[in-house]
Design a protein around this ligand. Structure first.
Ligand code: THG
Length: 375
């Protein structure tokens, strides 16, 4: 069945790499932060296999940066998140749940500290820029908040280290997980972080200036020819296996970070100034009554999911599945869902009401990736 096709317009922004991605024959796109995001090249399964064995360039320009700069930058950035930023050093990335005054999730960006008075918030799919500008204006903070012309290019897969070392130097090998260093390309200094939306390892290069997009793409592609480098994109199978969450799909403003399993990234007690601090201190006392889980759905490959599927047990709804796809490596449908505490223990058997009928399923606290049971 043919899904909706995307009508092009200026609202759906192109990226510095769009022409190269088109030449690489991107088959399917989605829209993320009002910008094109390629979502399938060959097939989800073929793309996944290649990602796990080689190295891919991902046009993730849609991970837009909100730059917060000025004397009040640290104060404003801490207002956004229950993660304690007080000991964060420049050169570090933090995965940061961001919440409103009720503790509801607004976004789950990676935050980079560039300098004492300068941060980049690398946002997921919600208009966080407006929330941050509103806070800055309403509180008369001494900051500039804007979206710079910066487009992340992810280099992901087991051969990413080799490829990046060839283009940006051997010293890049020593960049640690969620740290960044400055590298040079054609005389311009760029942020290169060891991070990315996969569990296969790799980097994200923050391409600072649209004009650099194609030269950098071409340099990486030609340096990696013998590494079997190719264009790719965040992979649905791989990210569900790793339980990497997608804002808007797996969580919304109706969820707290604790429900999302992001409690380990919250030090709410120490996050002085966080807008959601009071609300989250209250919910943290009782703990959540539903939480994100990995779910294995039995049977034939499930169809694409574009709405929540009820999780049923004992004739009652005990949760919802928000992401699901067949995994060749685990030989089952892998899924992410929100499950009530009565049924969230490891190995709990439930049913999922899919468009292809009711399926039996198993709830897992540990992501498939960490269970290491791949064939
Ligand atoms: N990279 C950058 N920006 C982003 C994303 C990214 N913005 C949008 C989106 N992705 C934000 N969501 C996530 C979700 C998960 C992770 C990063 C961003 C992630 N999580 C690791 C994990 O859960 O295993 C590690 C977290 C940690 O230990 O700190 O990487 O991908 N620039």
């Amino acid at each position: 069945m043919q899904g909706p096709l995307l009508a092009a317009s200026r609202r759906i922004r192109k990226t510095p790499f769009s022409r190269r991605v088109q030449e690489a024959d991107a088959k399917v796109y989605t829209v993320y932060n009002h910008m094109l995001l390629p979502s399938v090249f060959e097939s989800v399964e073929e793309d996944c296999k290649h990602l796990k064995n080689h190295v891919q360039l991902w046009d993730v320009s849609c991970e837009r940066q909100v730059e917060i700069k000025g004397p009040d930058a640290a104060r404003l950035t801490q207002m956004l998140t229950p993660r304690d930023l007080s000991k964060m050093n420049a050169g570090v990335c933090f995965y940061t749940p961001m919440v409103d005054e009720t503790g509801g999730m607004l976004n789950d960006p990676v935050t980079l500290k560039l300098a004492e008075d300068r941060y980049w918030v690398s946002v997921a799919d919600s208009d966080l820029l407006f929330w941050i500008k509103g806070l800055a204006y309403g509180l008369h903070l001494e900051v500039d908040v804007d979206e710079p012309d910066v487009s992340p290019l992810a280099i992901q897969g087991p051969k990413a280290d080799e490829l990046v070392a060839r283009v940006f130097g051997e010293s890049t090998r020593s960049i640690r997980f969620f740290r960044f260093a400055m590298v040079e390309f054609e005389g311009k200094e760029l942020v290169l972080a060891r991070s990315g939306y996969s569990k296969q390892g790799g980097f994200e290069l923050y391409v600072d200036g649209t004009e650099l997009g194609e030269p950098i793409w071409d340099a990486l592609m030609s340096a990696g020819e013998d590494l079997n480098v190719r264009a790719g994109c965040p992979n649905l199978i791989e990210r569900i296996e790793g339980q990497l969450l997608s804002y808007g799909s797996d969580m919304t403003r109706n969820n707290t970070p604790h429900e999302c399993g992001l409690g380990k990234f919250c030090q709410t007690q120490d996050a002085f100034g966080c807008v959601g601090r009071d609300a989250l201190l209250r919910v943290a006392v009782e703990g959540p009554v539903r939480q994100i889980r990995s779910i294995a759905i039995d049977g034939e490959p499930v169809p694409a999911i574009d709405e929540l599927w009820p999780i049923i047990a004992g004739g009652k709804q005990v949760g919802t599945v928000s992401s699901a796809v067949y995994s060749p490596d685990y030989r089952t449908n892998v899924a992410i869902g929100m499950v009530r505490m009565t049924h969230w223990d490891d190995g709990t058997r439930v049913h999922v009401d899919t468009p292809h009928g009711i399926r039996s399923a198993t709830v897992w606290e540990t992501p498939f990736f960490n269970q290491g049971k791949a064939a």
